[in-house]
Design a protein around this ligand. Structure first.
Ligand SMILES: Nc1ncnc2c1ncn2[C@@H]1O[C@H](COP(=O)(O)OP(=O)(O)OP(=O)(O)O)[C@@H](O)[C@H]1O
Ligand SMILES: [Mg+2]
Length: 255
């Protein structure tokens, strides 16, 4: 990584470290989160005392060198993993205290995931892939279909409902994954390097969809290594060695 951070941003963000900057509802509140992995004899401190607030409607990028803790913090925010220490409030509920079944339910209801490798089921059509999260949520089949069709239309794929993933381009597959992520009307979209497997043209296609979603009010947190991608968000959080070193960079700070 040869990205530099504009030093003038550091003073400006000092006031925002753990205090919300407005009176919007807080979607994500991480309080003194640490994560330690024990692999054999060695301990890896993946996150150390991370404090982070994401308000409703924010569009946030998480950046930092490889190994700085980006995926670890996304897994905790996404309720896929638990912190070793600290509290995590998702949409005001303390999820650090929940068991596996409750966490799975919260994930299904409150969070939409988008991954670098799309993770679509190859034997299912675009429509069936988007219906999946609603099956787990116990929604009836007619409503599943209607909502899946409208989500696919929202990402510009109303004419590709019956195509299987291998009949779609990378950008189209990622748009199906985005439709799947929004179909349960989550409070938060989490995307871990969603353009990492895409060329520059399809990256733009996918980033335009994320911007549209954010403009419609959806809160988005996205990990990226690409400065061009980060610059299309509103706020950049910078990790180094498991710590948040900048919490409120702006696109202009990413040079
Ligand atoms: N399951 C695990 N067991 C042991 N150590 C782990 C585990 N997962 C991650 N780590 C370590 O925790 C640290 C943070 O890893 P993480 O995957 O969060 O980094 P990252 O910022 O996402 O990196 P990248 O940009 O390469 O994806 C690294 O030192 C990594 O080796
Ligand atoms: Mg990672």
């Amino acid at each position: 990584m040869n990205n530099q951070v504009n030093p003038s941003s550091i003073l400006r963000e000092a006031n925002h470290l753990i205090v919300p900057s407005s009176f919007k509802p807080v979607i994500v509140r991480l309080e003194n989160i640490s994560k330690i992995y024990n692999s054999g004899e060695t301990e890896v401190r993946a996150l150390a005392n991370v404090n982070l607030i994401v308000e409703q409607g924010e569009y946030c990028a998480i950046m930092g060198a490889s190994g700085s803790g980006k995926s670890t913090v996304m897994n905790i925010i996404g309720c896929l993993d638990r912190p070793t220490k600290g509290d995590y409030y998702l949409d005001k509920a303390n999820v650090a205290v929940l068991g596996d079944a409750d966490l799975a339910q919260i994930r299904n209801r409150k969070i939409g995931f988008v991954f670098q490798q799309f993770h679509l089921l190859p034997q299912l059509s675009a429509l069936e892939n988007v219906m999946l999260p609603m099956i787990y949520a116990g929604i009836n089949t007619a409503e599943q279909r209607d909502r899946a069709i409208s989500a696919l239309k929202q990402v510009g794929l109303g004419n590709r409902l019956n195509n299987k993933p291998n009949q779609l381009s990378g950008g189209q597959q990622q748009r199906v994954a985005i439709a799947r992520a929004i179909v349960n009307q989550p409070v938060l979209i989490l995307a871990d390097e969603p353009t990492g497997a895409l060329d520059s043209r399809t990256t733009k296609e996918v980033m335009d969809i994320f911007s549209d979603l954010n403009n419609s009010g959806i809160t988005i947190v996205m990990v990226t290594h690409e400065p061009d991608v980060a610059r299309q968000t509103q706020r950049i959080v910078w990790f180094r060695d498991g710590e948040v070193v900048h919490s409120h960079l702006t696109p202009a700070d990413i040079v």
